[in-house]
Design a protein around this ligand. Structure first.
Ligand SMILES: Nc1ncnc2c1ncn2[C@@H]1O[C@H](COS(=O)(=O)NC(=O)C[C@H](N)c2cccc(Br)c2)[C@@H](O)[C@H]1O
Length: 549
C-alpha cells in the first residue's frame, strides 16, 4: 500500500533479511509488515542519487552520502551483524554522534531484527554502565574512530567504517530462541535523562515509530529538496525524528555534531556550508547566536523553517529569531519521548505583543489529546486546565524492565476504561482554547507550593522575561534549611541591552505577581546550563544555588 499523503509512495515488501537462520518452513510467507528500515530506505529505490546525508567535516568541505550509498552501507553493516548470529530482539548499543554511518548502522540493526540503543560518545562512563546493566546488550557498536574503551568483557564489541563492520570481540554465542522479527518488536530504546536515579529506557516499537512518522508527514513539513539540520545528540529522539522526517520525505539530513552546535560561529558556518533549509533543535541552540551573531544568523538565506521542541521557547528570544529570519516558518513541536512527539503548531508571525503562551495545537492526525482533571474526569470546556493524556498509535511499549513506571504512564483510557486501550499520561498540564487548540501550562511536577500557595514556575519565568533586557529565565523552588521552599530565579540578559539589575527584576515581579510568586533570590547569568539533550539543566542550577548559599 502507498502511504496516505506521503510525498513518497513506498510499499511493504517481502520478509526482512533475518540474521540467524533461514526461515523455518512454518514461518508465514507473506510480507512481514513494515519495519523502520523499510520506511527510511524507501527513497533509495525512487531517488537513489539524491542526497540522504550531508555532513560538514571542516569549513567549506561537505560530504554527501546519496540514498544508494546509504543503502549500500546498510547492506554491508547488516551483513556484518548477520554473521554474528545475534538473535532477533537482542540489543545493540550504538555509541555515536549522528553521522551517515551511524544512520546506516541503526538501519542495519533494524534490518537484522536488532534493537538499537543510541548513546552519545559524551555519555559519562557511569551512565553508560547503568545503561549496559539495564539493557543487557549483546553488542557495543561504535565508529572506527570511536574512543570508548574498557567495555565489560561479556559484551561483544565492533566498529563501523567506510567498508563495513570490524569485530573486536564477538558476542557470546547462544542458542537463538527467536527467529521472526515482528513490527511490535522494539526498534530502539532511548534512555531518558531520568531526573530520579536509574535512567528509564523508553521502548519504541517499529509499529509505533512508523505510525508517528506517518502522522508527522501529513503536515508536509519537508519536501524532497529540503536539507534538514539535526542538532540533537543521537540519544535524544529529536534526532530520530529528524532522520525520519528527512529520509521519509526523500530529503537530506544535515547532522550537526554537538561540539559544533555549542559555538554560534561553527553552528552558523555548518548551516551555511551545507545549504541547510530547515534547522531543528531545542530552544537553547539559538541562544548564543541570537546574542552574539545576529548578522550571521540573518544571512542564512536558504533557511526556510525552524522546528523546536523539548521546552518552551522564551518569547523575547522567539521574537528576535522571527525578526532575524523574517520569512522562516517556525514550528512549535510538542511531545514526549514516550510517543516520540505529539503536535506541530506554526508560531504566529508576528508574535502578538500580548501573547502569554504559545499554542501547541492539536495532536497529529491519527492521535488525540485528552485533558483530565485532578479527579480523573475528562475536561472538554475551554479554559479549564487538565493533564494531557494522549491516545495514539505511536505510544511506547513501556519502560524497559520497569513495569511499575510503565503502569503509571500507560493508563486505561479515561473515556472507556473497559476497552483495554491504554493512553499516555504525559505529566503535562494544558488548557484548551476556543478552537480546540492547546496551551502548555507546565508540568504537574512543576507546580510547587510556596508558603501553602500553588505556584506554576513557568508563570514566574514568563514574567521575568517580560522585563526589558531579559532574554530567558529559569525559576526553581529550593528547599530552605529550616523546611519549606524558597523561590529562586536565574535570568540571562538579551543581546546588546544593558543587563537587567536583580533588584529591578524583583520589583518588576512584585508589581505583577502575588508576594509568594516573587523570587527571593535572582541571579543574573551569562548562560543557562543545559543537559546533554540541550534542555535547561535545572538540577545543575539547584546545585549551584545550594553551593552558593
Ligand atoms: N514544545 C514544547 N513546549 C513545552 N514543553 C515541551 C515541548 N516539547 C516537549 N516539552 C516538554 O518535554 C517533555 C518531554 O520531554 S522528553 O521526553 O525528553 N522528550 C522531548 O523533550 C522531545 C520529544 N521526544 C520530541 C522529539 C522530537 C520532536 C518532538 Br515534537 C518531541 C514534555 O512532556 C513536556 O513537558
Amino acid at each position: 500500500p502507498t502511504a496516505p499523503d506521503s510525498p513518497f509512495p513506498y510499499t511493504t515488501r517481502g520478509l526482512p533479511h533475518v540474521s540467524t537462520v533461514s526461515q523455518p518452513p512454518s514461518a508465514p510467507a507473506g510480507p512481514a509488515g513494515e519495519f523502520l528500515h523499510d520506511f527510511l530506505l524507501a527513497a533509495a529505490r525512487h531517488t537513489p542519487d539524491a542526497p540522504a546525508v550531508i555532513e560538514s567535516d571542516r569549513p567549506g568541505a561537505t560530504t554527501v552520502t546519496s540514498y544508494a550509498e546509504l543503502a549500500a552501507l546498510v547492506d554491508a553493516y547488516a551483513h556484518g551483524l548477520g554473521a554474528l548470529g545475534i538473535e532477533t530482539g537482542a540489543r545493540v548499543v550504538l555509541e555515536s554522534d549522528t553521522t551517515a554511518r551511524a544512520v546506516a548502522a541503526l538501519l542495519a540493526c533494524s534490518r537484522t531484527g536488532l534493537t538499537f540503543v543510541p548513546v552519545s560518545p559524551e555519555t559519562p562512563r557511569r551512565r553508560l554502565e547503568s545503561i549496559l546493566a539495564t539493557a543487557r546488550p549483546a553488542l557495543h557498536l561504535q565508529a572506527v574512530d570511536g574512543t570508548r574503551t574498557n567495555l565489560p568483557p561479556a559484551l561483544g564489541t565492533a566498529r563501523f567504517g567506510p567498508d563495513g563492520l570490524t569485530v573486536d570481540r564477538a558476542p557470546a554465542p547462544h542458542r537463538p530462541r527467536r527467529r521472526v522479527p515482528c513490527v511490535t518488536d522494539p526498534a530502539y530504546i532511548v534512555f531518558t535523562s531520568g531526573t530520579t536515579g536509574r535512567p528509564k529506557g523508553v521502548v519504541m516499537s517499529h509499529r509505533a515509530v512508523l505510525a508517528f512518522y506517518r502522522g508527522m508527514l501529513t503536515h508536509r513539513i519537508a519536501t524532497p529538496e529540503d536539507r534538514i539540520a539535526s542538532t540533537s545528540p543521537l540519544q535524544f529522539d529529536f534526532s530520530l525524528l529528524n532522520i525520519g522526517l528527512a529520509l521519509g520525505s526523500g530529503a537530506a539530513v544535515v547532522p550537526v555534531p554537538p561540539h559544533l552546535v555549542r559555538w554560534p560561529r561553527h553552528l552558523l558556518r555548518v548551516l551555511r556550508d551545507t545549504g541547510a533549509t530547515q534547522v531543528n533543535g531545542v530552544p537553547s541552540i539559538w541562544r548564543q547566536s541570537l546574542r552574539y551573531e545576529p548578522e550571521r544568523l540573518a544571512a542564512l538565506d536558504r533557511l526556510r523553517s525552524v522546528l523546536f521542541c523539548g521546552e518552551e521557547f522564551p518569547l523575547p528570544e522567539l521574537r528576535r529569531l522571527q525578526e532575524l529570519l523574517p520569512t522562516a516558518r517556525i514550528i512549535n513541536c510538542y511531545g514526549a519521548t514516550e510517543s516520540m512527539a505529539c503536535s506541530f503548531e506554526d508560531v504566529p508571525r508576528p508574535l502578538p505583543d500580548d501573547v502569554e503562551r504559545l499554542s501547541i495545537g492539536v495532536a497529529h492526525p491519527g492521535a488525540e489529546m485528552l485533558l483530565v482533571d485532578a479527579s480523573g474526569a475528562v475536561v472538554d470546556r475551554p479554559g479549564v486546565p487538565g493533564e494531557i493524556h494522549l491516545r495514539s498509535p505511536a505510544l511506547f511499549s513501556g519502560y524497559w524492565d520497569d513495569p511499575e513506571a510503565t503502569r503509571a504512564a500507560l493508563v486505561p483510557d479515561p473515556l472507556c476504561p473497559e476497552s483495554g486501550q491504554a493512553v499516555l499520561r504525559t505529566g503535562d498540564l494544558a488548557v484548551r482554547g476556543e478552537h480546540g487548540e492547546h496551551y502548555f501550562c507546565g508540568r504537574t511536577d512543576s507546580q510547587v507550593q510556596i508558603n501553602g500557595n500553588r505556584v506554576e514556575l513557568a508563570e514566574v519565568e514568563r514574567k521575568l522575561t517580560e522585563f526589558p533586557g531579559a532574554a530567558a529565565a529559569t525559576a526553581l523552588a529550593l528547599p530552605l534549611p529550616g523546611g519549606g521552599l524558597e523561590l529562586t530565579a536565574f535570568v540571562v540578559p538579551g543581546a546588546g541591552r544593558t543587563p537587567p539589575d536583580a533588584g529591578a527584576l524583583r520589583e518588576f515581579c512584585a508589581e505583577a505577581l502575588p508576594p509568594y510568586m516573587v523570587p527571593q533570590q535572582i541571579q543574573l547569568l551569562d548562560a543557562l546550563p543545559v543537559t546533554a539533550n540541550g534542555k535547561v539543566d535545572r538540577a545543575a542550577l539547584a546545585d549551584a544555588a545550594a553551593r552558593g548559599a
